[in-house]
Design a protein around this ligand. Structure first.
Ligand SMILES: Nc1ncnc2c1ncn2[C@@H]1O[C@H](COP(=O)(O)OP(=O)(O)OP(=O)(O)O)[C@@H](O)[C@H]1O
Ligand SMILES: [Mg+2]
Length: 234
């Protein structure tokens, strides 16, 4: 057999590296679609299901309630469209490079409240956090999925988000007073990393990719608390 020409093995290594990068990029795209448009559509569906239930029970819906429902649906569908348009462009949420993390999180909370009717309290440290673009995107997506999980699974009446800078870390905590759950183990057949559950796995992966840490505290009846720590920008 002929020896491969010089350079062939380094080509292979480069190709493998490219494949790894593409795999990582693909994972990011899947997570972005899951945490953005998919969660918006879940929230829209929940609103529709609620309205259907009320209709089946024969309840008359006041005009003001009806308007509120339509406004929420329209907010959610517009946001979904925006996100999809963004994916088709740069694969990243809009204006993140220019906007501060605090503004981005404030905007997200307002959107969540408007779209779901849930109440979220935001607490922020005085100093603005200095954050790189990847950290901003990771924290935004984690917050989006945590809020969405609390709305979808927890029947929470209230949610809290805290954003502070502690030493060399930005700390974000998302808490709800909902029904809580027994967090599954991180490995093995019962793990959160099961394929059908992308949300919690995605949070862990996103924060790991920016060199941060992830904690989840929950128990039945005790609500859920997620704490993520990411390095501040040097
Ligand atoms: N805040 C919460 N309160 C109660 N249960 C929760 C909460 N967050 C997650 N869970 C539970 O953990 C499970 C896994 O959540 P995860 O976000 O990984 O997947 P999912 O929300 O079911 O689906 P998706 O892949 O669309 O996110 C949920 O199905 C739910 O049972
Ligand atoms: Mg989820």
């Amino acid at each position: 057999m002929e020896n491969p020409p010089l350079g062939a093995s380094s080509d292979k290594i480069t190709a493998r590296r490219m494949l790894a990068v593409n795999e990582e990029e693909l994972q990011r795209i899947i997570l972005d679609i899951h945490d953005g448009p998919v969660q918006n559509l879940f929230a829209a569906l929940a609103q529709v299901n609620l309205a259907q239930k009320r209709r089946r029970r024969g309840e008359t819906v006041a005009a003001a309630d009806y308007d509120r429902l339509l406004a929420r649906l329209s907010t959610l569908l517009e946001a979904t469209l925006d996100e999809i348009r963004n994916f088709l462009g740069t694969f990243r949420p809009p204006d993140f490079a220019q906007r501060r993390l605090s503004e981005i999180i404030e905007g997200l909370l307002m959107h969540h409240e408007m779209a779901t009717g849930c109440q979220v309290t935001l607490a922020m440290g005085k100093r603005p956090c200095s954050t790189s673009l990847p950290v901003k995107i990771a924290l935004y997506r984690i917050c989006q999925e945590a809020l969405s999980n609390a709305h979808r699974h927890a029947q929470a009446s209230h949610q809290w988000v805290r954003l502070t800078e502690e030493g060399a870390h930005i700390v974000m905590e998302i808490r709800d007073d909902g029904r809580g759950f027994e967090p599954p183990p991180l490995t093995g057949p019962e793990a959160t990393e099961r394929e059908e559950h992308i949300g919690l796995r995605g949070m862990r992966e996103r924060i790991a990719l920016v060199g941060g840490q992830f904690e989840l505290h929950s128990a039945p009846g005790a609500g859920t608390r997620i704490i993520v720590k990411a390095p501040v920008d040097e």
